[in-house]
Design a protein around this ligand. Sequence first.
Ligand SMILES: [Zn+2]
Length: 54
Amino acid sequence: MGDEKRERQSLVEVVCPVCRHTEIISIPKEDIPKCPKCGKRMLVKELLTEGKSY
Ligand SMILES: [Zn+2]
């Protein structure tokens, strides 16, 4: 009963290597985005959570 499947996802901070624009995204739900300013693929800067819900 009530056995809900929870999607494991992690919050990561991504940063643009060019202009240092940062965003917080959840993976694997979201792909690593491209910088809205430069169009460069952003890099994972920091892992904020490891699949833990809060
Ligand atoms: Zn940029």
